[in-house]
Design a protein around this ligand. Structure first.
Ligand code: TYD
Ligand code: MG
Length: 452
């Protein structure tokens, strides 16, 4: 088999070099050159110069657009982050830590799908026997699902072309290798090339391909997020592997909304959809404890109640700031705001913050809950019982409104919470039965409201 020529491209500036070098000849960055397939430039270049082939723009109104036909996965909480189901010709990337349940979920999904469509599971990580064993444990051994254990990209492409399954899973993209490159499987060059080729084929023959990708220690999908640009939908598996709950979050979706969450529980027989997840991330305390605040966060279409825990303790040496499930930079900012605008100093204290249940919170509306949990821990005074909090804190000490405040309050009331501290702009126009809502405009107001 003849090999295409390879070149080394700088991942920072795009300069190319015929051989690998430690430093990019273009921008001088170190260790940025990655192998990739050399494109045949001359032919396309010549065509481009001919006036006959000038591209033609089309009025948007004249383009016929059809709503993409969705193939439901048969698993409701998986359909949700996908935006309602899989799309023919769409490529989905599912990332997550090893052992979080990617293979389990996809095997369950394909088994369900194979009742209605042709489905193919391509495993590069596990042997056929291992997959069959898992299927038996999941109670889906009798499904019509087809399995291929292969890591050679060219062979996989050929099989997809001849068999044309409606849905195919590649588990995982890091195990594949293309004959056109010399680099080892899992290298940036291989991962990118394999994903690009599979994506091209998916569009060409209109099949859905789901790629599994491992997350590196730094939290990126291997190959500095190279894959996220290539595919249509990017989903991340989240959750603490020690707890049984798993979340799937859409971070990019060309066919739907982002930040939709799917919620699952890992059981003896695989992943099960969780019907009513809003109260999952609360821990049960026998009595009021200082340092906790209940946040109502809005993830996609549904509000979730999440307990935010803070521990503020005298520092020995350099004070430490650690967060689990929340942004550490944001914590530093909040501590500064608390000091300047509410007179609460933590510079000689260690501050640890945790979002219960392994959920990751990215919205700024979590600020007020974090701030009040910190104050509660520092003063060793529990916040009032049955209280929920949300709101963004600004650098000037102001409390900014959060989107969809009413829905958050209603969900909290439904779960039996009786008090709320929220941004003044989020005060409901009409009272919500069962919950007394206090609006605050500034961080010092909020702190005072809690301690009175
Ligand atoms: P797996 O799906 O292989 O994770 P990944 O493909 O993301 O690396 O493994 C998920 C974990 O879940 C594994 O450690 C075993 C556990 N598990 C269950 O608890 N119940 C089950 O039914 C199965 C199949 C796995
Ligand atoms: Mg796996």
């Amino acid at each position: 088999m003849s090999k295409n020529k390879t070149v080394y491209l700088c991942s920072e500036c795009g300069a190319d070099s015929p051989k690998w070098q430690g430093q990019c000849p273009g921008c001088g960055a170190w260790n940025t050159l990655v192998e990739s397939v050399a494109e045949e430039k001359s032919a396309s270049h010549r065509r481009f110069q001919s006036p006959m082939s000038a591209a033609k723009a089309q009025p948007l109104a004249e383009i016929e657009a059809h709503e993409a036909v969705r193939i439901s996965t048969g698993i409701r909480e998986f359909d949700r982050p996908l935006g309602g189901g899989l799309v023919a010709g769409g490529v989905v990337l599912i990332g997550g830590d090893p052992g979080i349940g990617k293979s389990t979920l996809l095997l369950q999904t394909l088994a369900k799908l194979s009742e209605r469509v042709d489905a193919l599971y391509i495993s590069g990580e596990e042997s056929g026997e291992q997959v069959a064993l898992r299927a038996r444990r999941l109670g889906i051994a009798a499904s019509r699902l087809k399995l291929l254990t292969e890591i050679n990209l060219e062979k996989i492409l050929a099989l997809l072309k001849s068999e044309r399954p409606e849905v195919a899973v590649v588990d995982s993209i890091q195990t594949l290798w293309s004959e056109q490159l010399n680099s080892a499987p899992g290298s940036v060059a291989q991962v990118r090339e394999c994903a690009a080729q599979l994506t091209r084929l998916a569009k060409q023959i209109a099949i859905t391909i789901i790629l599994v990708g491992h997350v590196t220690k730094e939290g990126a999908l291997a190959g500095p997020r190279v894959l996220e640009h290539v595919v249509d939908t990017v989903l991340y598996f989240e959750g603490d592997t020690h707890s049984s709950f798993r979340l799937i979050r859409a971070v990019k979706n060309r066919f739907g909304a982002v930040n939709e969450l799917g919620v699952f529980a890992m059981t003896e027989t695989g992943l099960k959809s969780v019907d009513n997840p809003s109260a999952l991330f609360l821990s049960q305390h026998e009595r009021d404890v200082p340092g906790t605040a209940i946040l109502v966060t809005q993830e996609g279409a549904r509000p979730l109640l999440v307990e935010i825990q803070a521990l503020v303790d005298s520092a020995h040496g350099n004070p430490r700031r650690l967060t689990v499930g929340l942004d550490a930079q944001r914590l530093a900012m909040l501590l500064a705001v608390l000091h300047r605008h509410a007179g609460i100093a933590c510079f000689d204290q260690d501050v640890f913050i945790n979002a219960v249940g392994g959920v990751r919170i990215i919205e700024p509306a979590a600020d007020l809950a974090v701030a009040l949990a910190i104050v509660s821990s520092l003063k060793n005074r529990a916040l009032p019982d049955k209280l929920i909090v949300f709101g963004e804190v600004g650098l000037a000490g102001e409390i900014r409104p959060a989107p969809r405040g009413q829905e958050r309050l209603k969900e909290a009331a439904k779960l039996g919470f009786t008090h709320a501290i929220v941004p003044r702009a989020n005060l409901p126009r009409r009272p919500i039965p069962g919950i007394h809502v206090t609006g605050v405009a500034r961080i010092d107001d909020a702190v005072r409201t809690c301690s009175s």
